[in-house]
Design a binder for this molecule. Structure first.
Ligand code: KG4
Ligand code: ZN
Length: 341
């Protein structure tokens, strides 16, 4: 038996726990999604999220241990997302992890959620020769859209990110406008398959500076004006009154994907990176996977993605990265703090 890590994740609207052996072998990965609770509000409501985590955290941890055929006696350390995220949500996972670490005398490892998203893509690559590092990593989710230079699992440096909305947030807002359910990424993407991505020309942000950056508020506003007309006082039409919803979804998705791919490849050129790694919830997007793979390959760059189940929030990535942090001696004390940043 190798080193067993229990991972706990509660930074946003998924309560998750997982047992991973030696940083790679996923023995269990349990995810309780709160999407249905937040759907009526068109986005995550922090108070609702915190309360749901509190209800679910212990059952989810128990289920993860049971599925892995493990008990707390056989676990070697507890890894938990301590930042960034919604503070009330993070505190639930961090408090549970501290209590378990203290009562069972186990090392506690605080994990950075974004670094864990990046790690998710390397977890599934079993062959050491197949390692993604060093690489340029694009983390694209509901809360984050940024580029990182990743030298190894635990050496990650932020190069730049969005000036306004995260890409996933733009998907969620456009979904809301089009009357599609939360989370918006999958629902916009499904509708987009029936539309023409060239039907509407939404603006694509291209930074003037060298420094990598993204912006999605222009695209989002253009979608709003297209739906409502140019009259600022006009009411927003009801979703069923919008006639070209499929084309809007397809053209919006095409614009967001184009911005993500262009800026990532521009940065890859600048960094002389031969691998780009894409992670986070929006990395599930089929158009992004296809466009990034094809356009990177045309420049001799390899593009890698986690499988969709490990793109969105999960605790396997937390336990997995926790193993490497533990091995590097980067454990936390029982005074581990949670931080929104
Ligand atoms: O990584 P994640 O589960 O949570 C955060 O850390 O934010 O990402 C969730 C985000 C949501 O905004 C969701 O709309 C988006 O990922 N998403 C997608 C797709 N699946 C999930 N966006 C575009 N296309 C998808 N297929
Ligand atoms: Zn995430």
């Amino acid at each position: 038996m190798g080193t067993l890590i229990l991972g706990i994740e509660s930074s946003c609207d998924e309560t998750a726990a997982s047992v991973v052996e030696d940083g790679r072998e996923i023995l269990s990965s349990v995810v309780h999604s709160q999407a249905a609770l937040h759907a009526a509000h068109g986005g995550v409501v922090p108070e609702i999220a915190g309360r749901s985590h509190l209800q679910e955290i212990l059952p989810v941890i128990e289920a993860a241990l049971e599925k892995a055929n493990a008990s707390l006696e056989s676990i070697d350390a507890i890894a938990v997302t301590s930042r960034p995220g919604l503070i009330g949500s993070l505190l639930v996972g961090v408090s549970a992890a501290k209590a378990l670490a203290w009562t069972h005398g186990l090392p506690l490892v605080g994990v950075h959620h974004i670094e864990a998203h990046v790690y998710a893509a390397s977890m599934e690559r079993r062959d050491a020769a197949d390692s993604p590092y060093p690489c340029l990593a694009l983390v694209v989710s509901g809360g984050h859209t940024a580029l990182y230079r990743a030298r190894s699992e635990i050496e990650i440096e932020r190069l730049g990110g969005t000036r306004d909305d995260a890409a996933g947030e733009a998907f969620d807002k456009v979904a809301n406008l089009l009357g599609l359910p939360y989370p918006g990424g999958p629902s916009v993407s499904r509708l987009a398959e029936k539309g023409d991505p060239t039907a509407l020309d939404f603006p694509r942000f291209r930074p003037e500076s060298e420094e990598p950056s993204f912006s999605f508020s222009g695209i989002k506003t253009a979608v709003l004006y297209h739906v409502r007309g140019q009259d600022a006082l006009a009411p927003t039409p009801r979703p069923e009154e919008i006639r070209d919803r499929e084309d809007i979804a397809a053209s919006f998705e095409d614009a967001v994907v184009d911005v993500l791919v262009e800026e990532t490849l521009r940065t890859a050129r600048r960094e002389r990176a031969d691998t780009v790694l894409v992670a986070g919830g929006v990395a599930c997007n089929r158009r992004l996977r296809k466009e990034m793979t094809e356009r990177a390959s045309a420049e001799g760059v390899r593009a890698i993605f986690p499988s969709p189940a490990y793109c969105t929030d999960n605790a396997a990535m937390i336990a997995g990265l926790g193993f490497h942090l533990l091995r590097a001696g980067r454990t936390s004390g029982l005074d581990l703090d949670a931080s929104p940043r």
